[in-house]
Design a protein around this ligand. Structure first.
Ligand SMILES: NC(=O)c1ccc[n+]([C@@H]2O[C@H](COP(=O)([O-])OP(=O)(O)OC[C@H]3O[C@@H](n4cnc5c(N)ncnc54)[C@H](O)[C@@H]3O)[C@@H](O)[C@H]2O)c1
Length: 250
């Protein structure tokens, strides 16, 4: 039975805007103590302040979690601020799409580093604490694009890695009552999507079986499902939030 996560301490990476910000709001409004994180200081300061103004508990830490130091310091910040860590949401991600023959080494390396290696670094830092406490909820943001997408060799491979990482964590950490699950959003209405030409937005939305893009809040609800105290028997799963696009396009 769903029990909520009031009083739990949660980190959400890349939560200065978009999906991450919606996840931070969702967890905070359910009573969690949320540590927001972003590499962009102004964004994360504003997002944390708005959550606090709404009467919820939030703190923030500016760091690049694609470095071991950044990931370790983020987890240390949560421990120093709230004295525990129960929930880790790995949301930070970037896209640098280009067809394979033209993709640069930098475009490949940076996307793998931020989308995949960073999740390894934060999971490792968090697991060291969660193992001692024998409790944890790890939720990794993948993407429907892990199934493959033209012009997305780097992005698809990084998200496929996230799915494999999550499944392995589920096997390794389950005995400590730490669950690891992944959420795979499809087309979601974030600043990234709104930067596309209106006609491109419309054309893409029409390919989705439900004929629209999703909202960050719809992704946040899926994350909340896995973060729940009562979700201890959900482990190693991948949940699509993509309007049916993982099944096929309309
Ligand atoms: N928007 C979509 O349609 C969509 C679809 C599928 C999956 N996703 C995934 O959802 C997640 C969030 O996407 P979004 O659309 O909200 O993106 P976004 O670009 O709006 O927000 C991502 C945030 O992460 C931060 N960030 C980037 N690199 C970082 C780093 N190294 N350390 C700390 N923070 C960093 C950015 O500054 C930004 O504020 C990503 O993992 C993305 O791959 C998004």
């Amino acid at each position: 039975m769903m029990q909520g996560f009031a009083g739990r301490v949660a980190i959400v990476t890349g939560s200065g805007q978009g999906i991450g910000e919606a996840i931070a709001r969702r967890l905070a409004s359910g009573g969690a103590y949320v540590v927001l994180n972003d590499v962009m200081a102004e964004r994360v300061e504003r997002a944390a302040a708005e959550i606090q103004e709404a009467g919820h508990q939030a703190s923030y830490h500016v760091s690049d979690i694609a470095t071991g130091e950044g990931a370790d310091h983020l987890v240390e910040h949560a421990m120093n601020t709230y004295g525990r860590l129960d929930i880790l949401v790995n949301n930070a991600g970037i896209a640098k799409d280009r067809y394979l023959a033209k993709m640069t080494d930098e475009e490949w390396d940076s996307v793998i580093r931020v989308n995949l290696s960073a999740q390894f670094l934060t999971c490792r830092a968090a697991a060291r604490i969660m193992i001692d406490r024998k409790y944890g909820r790890i939720i990794n943001i993948a993407s429907r694009a892990w199934l493959g997408g033209p012009g997305q060799a780097n992005y698809s491979a990084s998200k496929g890695g996230v799915v494999s990482l999550t499944r392995t964590l589920a096997l390794e950490l389950g005995k400590f009552q730490i669950t690891a699950n992944a959420v795979a959003p499809g087309l979601i209405d974030t600043p990234l999507f709104r930067n596309l030409q209106p006609e491109v937005q419309e054309r893409l939305a029409k390919t989705v079986p439900v004929q629209r893009v999703g909202t960050p809040e719809e992704v946040a609800d899926a994350v909340a499902f896995f973060a729940d105290d009562g979700a201890g028997y959900l482990n190693g799963q991948l949940l699509y939030v993509c309007g049916g696009r993982s099944v096929g396009s309309y």
